[in-house]
Design a binder for this molecule. Structure first.
Ligand code: SIN
Length: 337
């Protein structure tokens, strides 16, 4: 009898443990397969960072999260990818800010002409008050910000004539991304801003659908835009910044420890990405020069003429973008040094 009671007690104590033991490994073993789609070459800092993020998340999560990376617009252009993120069909992307105004008008802040004196100012704005404000706008659209990445200052290439003054751009058709502000900026320079998806840009330049385009040195070189555009003006008139996003619906499916892994890896990769993007900028400029491209450097007076001509775009931003004036004030605080 004593023996029977002892067996019963042991069984009663062990049962919940046993039941829990079955659940816990089950819960811990829940696995996720996700997609990281983007539009640039895998060899530039942004593409490398996407691959690095996927590898590190797989490793730190012990294989519980697998991320398949699709570069080069394989899954569509940035707008299509971002729409699919909202639907929960694609999990990660790091779009250029210039394609995000369709989702959050306030992201145009980063597209303002001549707003950042250097990369450090861009970094500070993105990782301070301005970034915090945009994080919330994007989250309201189902897009969680995991970081802000560097692309580099944008320069103008064209196949018509050397551009040294805004007057040289008169009547030119220049490809920009969908941002209304970028289109307004081209208008202010006497050109037409034409929205063409990034993957179609090379052909558009070759076929003369547009005369030129604005982009980072990394994209100009790795997309071979210099083949159709023999002139490149080092205007540095705007910044090509990226916002690293995860679909909020996917993020919420992850357990807190997996969420923490995603956030931590994103932070570490983000730091690496900035250094890599800044370093590669110089290398790509040398490589573009080596192709025989006519590289035009602006004198301070010529640069000032571009600054003056594009100034009205600020007023347009403050007037047309909700909370635009407050954002501009926050940006001024971030860049005042
Ligand atoms: C990108 O760098 O992701 C795209 C840039 C562009 O659309 O011009």
């Amino acid at each position: 009898m004593k023996r029977l009671v002892l067996v019963l007690v042991v069984v009663l104590i062990a049962l919940p443990l046993f039941a829990g033991g079955q659940q816990q490994p089950g819960a811990a073993a829940q696995t996720f397969e996700a997609t990281f789609a983007h539009v640039v070459r895998p060899t530039i800092a942004k593409g490398q960072a996407a691959d690095m993020f996927a590898e590190m998340v797989a490793e730190r999560s012990g294989g519980r999260i697998t991320i398949n990376v699709f570069p080069d617009s394989q899954l569509g252009n940035d707008r299509e990818i971002t729409e699919q993120m909202q639907l929960g069909d694609i999990e990660f992307n790091a779009p250029f800010t210039g394609v995000l105004p369709a989702f959050v008008a306030q992201t145009q802040l980063f597209d303002l002409p001549f707003v950042f004196p250097d990369s450090r100012a861009v970094y500070d704005a993105m990782h301070g008050e301005v970034g915090d404000i945009l994080d919330q706008y994007l989250l309201d659209q189902g897009l969680r910000v995991l970081g802000y990445w560097a692309g580099g200052f944008k320069h103008i290439t064209n196949g018509v004539r050397p551009i040294r003054t805004p007057a040289d751009m008169a009547g030119m058709r220049i490809r920009v991304s969908q941002s209304p502000l970028l289109i307004a900026q081209m208008r202010a320079l006497g050109a037409s801003g034409i929205d063409i998806p990034f993957a179609e840009l090379y052909t558009a330049l070759q076929q003369g659908t547009v005369d030129g385009q604005e982009n980072s040195l990394a994209n100009i070189y790795t997309r071979r835009f210099y083949e159709a555009n023999q002139y490149m003006t080092l205007s540095g008139h705007g910044y090509l910044g990226y916002i690293f996003l995860v679909s909020e619906s996917f993020f919420q499916q992850l357990s807190p420890d997996l969420q923490q892994i995603v956030v931590d890896v994103a932070r570490e990769v983000g730091e690496w990405q900035w250094d890599a993007a800044i370093a590669e900028d110089e290398e790509f400029l040398a490589q573009i020069r080596a192709t025989g491209t006519n590289v035009i450097e602006l004198t301070p007076q010529q640069r000032q003429a571009f600054i003056d001509a594009t100034r009205p775009v600020y007023e347009e931003f403050a007037r047309t973008v909700p909370a635009g004036a407050e954002l501009l004030a926050a940006l001024e605080r971030a860049t005042a040094r």
